[in-house]
Design a protein around this ligand. Structure first.
Ligand code: PLP
Length: 507
């Protein structure tokens, strides 16, 4: 039975009412619904500027919503089957930061996979939480890191009974979904809340052929990029809350620490309308999307050469795949993913979602149709003909062990630093996080001791032309490290603190 509630768009209605009342604005923004900035109005359209309003009576207040924003948030919670929801206009990044700070005070531990998005590192720095990293599984053929196995989560929970939360990713950028339900059940058996980065899974609960959503799996907090896969405008996301392990009032208070007090109503309205559409027509829209993905996947398979990421049983740490993400490994075409991306852009005016050394990711969404997908297919089909096989990249060796953590990411971030040549930095504490793509796992995180193995491994990756990200030095030859003097000062301070707290008295 259709849920008539989900036909409502309270936020959009409030905006329409405000405009139709013909109110004369003596308030910000200064363009006053487009009157004062003709060029911008001509560029993006008068209607967009008319809707570019801010928190005024009738339009609610994002910091303490009690009117149409709150109503729209509750409809979003209902559509996703969650207990509560908060709209976020600073991207999923700020939802992730808020999730971490909601459950971890400075110095408290959080268990998380090593291959998280950089918003997690910023969440660790802002909260002062101490990460307990678990290495994810790796699919060597595609050079990608995937999920962490439930048994590793259980081991970590046993080893760190004081951990305040477990952070998981569902799915990763490549659409691989982990054993979420089992992992959540394990965490809950330890009464530990589960936070999920679902930046790439906002559409999951609207079609049975898609992987299980984090809310369905019982996660406690879920950061969902409505803007990435459900159609709302860029930067607009939703944070879902489930169960009673996390207090929604705390979550809102944390969100309010960093979220703007002047939200864009264009973004908020887009969240309202996108939720209405996915809740009421999601099944049909995704039926069509899945049909299109099957259509192109079958053709690509017949083409040979390039490989599709499509065999769940061959991907460690993965129990389901999002078929709307076409992950194409182009190594057998003799190209790197970066080269394939450039060819598609320059020769065919197609922009991929992402490229790495081995793969390109192409996103088929609810907005595609047979014409766009056919054009994509025709372009892909031409590439191996026009660019005959050149060189084949070698696989990367398995990464070195996770180095010892000497400082928290927050301490390393705020410490006095110096730039050293990487070759000479053995034994120093890194102030930067260096990640290799593929497979997207940091080799060293801020606060960890730089080992000989890490340096040797990075040397190999440089030779293999692997993309290394995270250093301020664009060439990656130098690394920022924590100045020794700063480190010893911090150790001293820590000792004094422990003595003051009486923790050292027994020694
Ligand atoms: C896995 C993952 N998490 C979080 C984010 C952050 O989302 P946003 O760009 O909305 O801040 C991204 C962005 O690409 C992502 O890929």
């Amino acid at each position: 039975m259709e849920n008539t509630n989900q036909q409502k768009t309270p936020l959009c209605d409030a905006l329409k009412d405000y405009i139709s009342e013909g109110i004369m604005p003596f308030h910000v923004p200064a363009h006053k619904q487009g009157r004062g900035l003709q060029e911008l109005s001509d560029f993006i359209g008068q209607k967009a500027l008319e809707l570019d309003l801010t928190c005024v009576p009738g339009l609610d207040n994002i910091c303490k919503p009690r009117g149409p924003i709150r109503e729209a948030e509750q409809l979003a919670a209902e559509a996703y089957g969650a207990d509560d929801a908060f709209f976020v206009v600073n991207g999923t990044t700020s939802a992730i930061q808020a999730m971490i700070s909601s459950v971890c005070a400075p110095g408290e531990k959080i268990i998380l996979p090593r291959n998280t998005h950089k918003s997690v590192t910023s969440g660790l720095i802002l909260s002062g939480a101490i990460p307990v990293y678990i290495n994810p599984e790796v699919c060597e053929e595609f050079g990608i890191s995937t999920g962490i196995k439930p048994k590793k989560i259980k081991q970590a929970l046993k080893k760190y009974p004081d951990a305040r939360a477990v952070f998981l990713i569902n799915p990763n950028y490549y659409g691989t979904a982990p054993e979420l339900e089992e992992s959540v059940a394990i965490c809950h058996s330890y009464n530990v809340p589960v936070l999920v980065d679902e930046a790439h899974g906002a559409h999951f609960c609207f079609h049975p052929e898609l992987p299980l959503s984090a809310v369905e799996a019982g996660a406690d907090l879920v950061a969902s990029s409505t803007h990435k896969l459900v159609g709302s405008m860029t930067q607009s996301s939703t944070l879902f809350i489930n169960g009673d392990r996390v207090n929604p009032k705390r979550v809102k208070a944390v969100l309010n620490l960093t979220q703007t007090t002047s939200p864009s109503y264009l973004l908020l309205a887009s969240l309202d309308i996108a939720r209405k559409q996915i809740a009421s027509e999601g099944r049909q829209l995704l039926d069509r999307t899945l049909h299109l993905t099957r259509w192109i996947r079958n053709r690509i398979k017949r083409l040979g050469g390039a490989k599709l990421l499509d065999q769940v049983e061959k991907i460690p740490g993965c129990v389901a795949l999002d078929p709307t993400k076409i992950v194409l490994n182009v190594r057998n075409w003799g190209l790197s993913g970066f080269e394939a991306e450039r060819i598609l852009r320059e020769d065919y005016k197609i922009q991929v979602e992402m490229a790495d050394l081995y793969n390109i990711i192409l996103l088929i969404s609810i907005s595609d149709n047979i014409r766009t997908v056919e054009y994509l297919w025709k372009s892909l089909e031409n590439i191996p003909k026009r660019y005959p096989r050149k060189n084949v990249y070698r696989y990367c060796p398995p990464p070195p062990p996770i180095p010892e953590m000497c400082l928290s990411p927050r301490e390393a971030f705020y410490a006095e630093t110096e730039e050293l040549r990487l070759q000479e930095a053995e034994g120093e504490i890194s102030a930067e996080t260096i990640t290799a793509y593929p497979p997207g796992i940091p080799l060293i995180c801020a606060g960890e001791k730089i080992t000989r193995e890490v340096i040797d491994y990075i040397n190999i990756l440089h030779r293999e032309q692997v993309d290394l990200q995270g250093t301020e030095d664009p060439e990656g030859n130098n690394i920022k490290t924590v100045k020794r003097v700063a480190y010893t000062e911090m150790e001293k301070e820590e000792e004094i603190l422990q003595v003051l707290k009486g923790e050292k008295l027994g020694n």
